[in-house]
Design a protein around this ligand. Structure first.
Ligand SMILES: [Zn+2]
Length: 195
């Protein structure tokens, strides 16, 4: 297999990139000056070495904890639970949310062998038990698996004095929250309903 084939194969592994697009990206890169290829390679190496999950919430971080967990202005009493770190970015871009997050690292998918033990819920449960949480917002994706995960989570975090809410209905079913536009996402968040 040639170096070019290897590159196409790597691109084709990325979400939403088919073989054709992978080829187009690879050929495009090869037309760039080699300094630019070096820069790209260096950037990939750096993120691979530096970026890791936040110890506290699972969001991407370049230190033990992420910027949001370290920000004293963010309300630790409201926690928005999302499937992937990319959704944190989408909610932040939508604006208006001043609480903190818990990134599960996936959703319940029994057919793929992803059960409760594979999801990152420990810190959330600890915080709920510790009494520092007033509201848990279930912002899993609007898909069958996301809904099932939300139903399971609602039970997991249910405790006296804790409000459990779900994003307002009307989000495109089967989609990923990170692809929903900011206005729609901000509305779904502000119109959230108690479950
Ligand atoms: Zn964090």
């Amino acid at each position: 297999m040639s170096a070019l084939d290897d590159l196409v194969t790597e691109f084709a592994r990325l979400p939403g990139i088919g073989r054709k697009t992978a080829q187009r990206l690879a050929y495009h890169l090869l037309q760039q000056p080699s300094a630019q290829l070096e820069r790209l390679a260096e950037t990939l190496r750096t993120v691979g070495a530096k970026v890791r999950p936040c110890q506290e919430c699972g969001n991407l971080a370049e230190a033990e904890t992420c910027d949001i967990c370290r920000d004293p202005r963010r309300d630790p009493g409201v926690i928005c639970v999302v499937e992937e770190a990319a959704t944190v970015l989408a909610v932040e871009r939508a604006g208006g949310f001043r609480g903190r997050y818990q990134v599960l690292g996936g959703r319940l998918a029994p057919l793929e062998g992803i059960g409760p033990d594979q999801l990152r819920t420990g810190p959330l449960v600890t915080k709920v038990k510790g009494g520092e949480v007033r509201e848990v917002i279930l912002a899993t994706n609007p898909s069958i698996e996301g809904e099932a995960t939300a139903t399971w989570l609602a039970e997991l975090v249910s405790a006296p004095g804790i409000k459990v809410t779900r994003l307002a209905r009307g989000l495109p079913m089967g989609g990923d929250l990170d692809y929903v536009d900011g206005v729609t996402l901000a509305h779904a968040l502000s119109a959230r309903q108690e479950v």
